[in-house]
Write a protein that binds this ligand. Structure first.
Ligand code: ADP
Ligand code: ARG
Length: 372
C-alpha cells in the first residue's frame, strides 16, 4: 500500500544548502524591484517572513525549502514552491497570496474537477489548413497522496513512487497501452533525441535545481509512452506525475479527449492523488495548482511575435508564450509555445477553452498582420 513518507527522514537537504531562511530572505530583500519581479518578492513581506520563518510541516519541510529557488534565482517569475502538500497550510500566509496573484482569483474556491463531455466538445482542429500549428499538447500534473515534494523526498521515496506509478500505468489498455522507460540506464543519445523531439524532460532548469528538483538524479525518474507515442507520463520530473497527450498538427479535440480517457482509466488503477478543497489538485509549484492543466500549441507566428505588444496581447487573453524547448527557452524560427496561463479557479474544460480562444485570436491576428 501507499507508504506514509512523512516523519521518516526529514528534508533531504544537501550540504551546500546551508543558507538559513534569514540569509535567503536577506538576499531577496537586497534585490531592487527592478532587479526582481517575482511574486515571492511581492508577497513575502517582513511581517509574513517573521511569522513563518520557524514553522515546520509534518514532513519536516521549512520555509527555506520553499523560497530557496526564488531567493537565489532573483529573475524568477513565481519564486516559491511548496516543500510538501502541508506547506499549502503551514505557509498559507504567503502561498495563498502568490496563488491568488498568479491565477488572478480573489478567493481560493477552486471548483471540483470537470473535464466536460468529450462527445460534445465543440472544438476539433484549430488549424485545418495545417500551415500554422506544428503540434498540440495537453498535460496535467498529479501528486501521490501521502508523499512530500522534492525538497523533503528521499531516494527511497522516489523509487517507491516509481514502482506504484508503473504498476498503475501497466493497467492502461487500448491506445494508451505502452511501456515505461526508466532514465537510469537510458543512453545519453536516447535521452537527447527524446528531449529534442519534445517528449522527454532533462535536468537543465536552474529554478527547479535550486528547489531540489534534481536530488538523486536520475533515480526514480522515467517516461512512459503509449505504443503510438501520443500518450506519455513523466515520472518524478517537477511533479510526481505528469500525464501528457500530444500529437502533430492542431487537433486539440483529439488531444484533449485522449487525456480525459487516460484520466478516467487511471482513476480505476488505485492511485490516490493529493487534492485539497479550494485548491484542487496539489503540485510542487503554486502556478500549477487546481486543474494542473496546461494546453499548448507550437505555432508559427513570426509577425505577431515581432510586435512590441506581443506580451500584452497574450496577457489580455490569459495565455502565455514560451520558447519551443520548454519553459525558459527561446523561440526558433518564429515558432512559439502558446498555452493557457491560469490553472486554478476554473474547471479543466474552461482552462482548455481559455487556451482555444487564445489560440484562435493569435491565428486571426497573425493572419491580419500578414495581410491575409
Ligand atoms: P510543461 O510545464 O507543460 O511540462 P515545458 O514548457 O517544460 O512544459 O515543456 C515540456 C516539453 O514539452 C518541452 O520539450 C516542450 O518543447 C514540449 N512541448 C510543450 N508544448 C508542446 C507542443 N504543443 N507540441 C510539442 N511539444 C510541446
Ligand atoms: N520557479 C520558476 C519561476 O519562478 C518557475 C515557475 C513556474 N514554472 C514551473 N515549471 N513551475 O520562474
Amino acid at each position: 500500500m501507499y507508504q506514509k513518507a512523512y516523519g521518516q527522514k526529514g528534508a533531504a537537504r544537501g550540504d551546500k544548502d546551508k543558507e538559513s531562511a534569514q540569509e535567503l530572505f536577506d538576499k531577496l530583500k537586497k534585490a531592487t524591484s527592478s532587479e526582481c519581479h517575482s511574486l515571492l518578492k511581492k508577497h513575502l513581506t517582513e511581517e509574513r517572513f517573521k511569522a513563518l520563518k520557524d514553522k515546520k510541516t509534518k514532513f519536516n519541510g521549512r520555509l527555506e525549502d520553499c523560497i530557496r529557488s526564488g531567493c537565489i534565482n532573483l529573475d524568477s517569475g513565481v519564486g516559491i514552491y511548496a516543500c510538501d502538500p502541508e506547506a499549502y497550510t503551514t505557509f498559507a500566509l504567503v502561498l495563498d497570496e502568490v496563488i491568488k496573484d498568479y491565477h488572478k482569483v480573489d478567493k481560493l474556491d477552486h471548483p471540483e474537477p470537470d473535464f466536460g463531455d468529450t462527445s460534445k466538445l465543440g472544438f476539433g482542429d484549430l488549424d485545418p489548413s495545417g500551415n500554422m500549428i506544428v503540434s498540440t499538447r495537453v498535460r496535467i500534473g498529479r501528486s501521490h497522496d501521502s508523499y512530500g515534494f522534492p525538497p523533503v523526498l528521499t531516494k527511497e521515496d522516489r523509487v517507491n513512487m516509481e514502482k506504484d506509478t508503473v504498476k498503475a500505468l501497466n493497467t492502461l489498455t487500448g491506445d494508451l497501452k505502452g511501456k515505461y522507460y526508466p532514465l537510469e540506464g537510458m543512453t545519453a543519445e536516447t535521452q537527447k533525441q527524446l528531449t529534442d523531439d519534445h517528449f522527454l524532460f532533462n535536468d537543465h532548469d536552474r529554478f527547479l535545481r535550486e528547489a531540489h528538483g534534481y536530488q538523486d538524479w536520475p533515480t526514480g525518474r522515467g517516461i512512459y509512452f503509449s505504443d503510438d507515442k501520443k500518450f506519455l507520463t513523466w515520472v518524478n520530473e517537477e511533479d510526481h506525475l505528469r500525464f501528457i497527450s500530444m500529437q502533430s498538427g492542431g487537433n486539440l479535440g483529439e488531444v484533449y479527449t485522449r487525456l480525459v480517457n487516460a484520466v478516467n482509466q487511471l482513476q480505476k488503477s488505485g492511485l490516490q492523488f493529493a487534492k485539497r478543497k479550494g485548491l484542487g489538485y496539489l503540485t510542487f509549484c503554486p502556478s500549477n495548482l487546481g486543474t494542473t492543466l496546461r494546453a499548448s500549441v507550437h505555432i508559427k507566428i513570426p509577425k505577431l511575435a515581432a510586435t512590441p505588444d506581443f506580451k500584452a496581447f497574450c496577457d489580455k487573453l490569459n495565455i502565455q508564450a514560451r520558447g519551443i524547448h520548454g519553459e525558459h527557452t527561446e523561440s526558433v524560427g518564429g515558432v512559439y509555445d502558446i498555452s493557457n496561463k491560469r490553472r486554478l479557479g476554473l474547471t479543466e474544460f474552461e482552462a482548455v477553452q481559455e487556451m482555444r480562444k487564445g489560440v484562435e485570436a493569435v491565428i486571426t491576428e497573425e493572419k491580419k498582420l500578414a495581410g491575409n
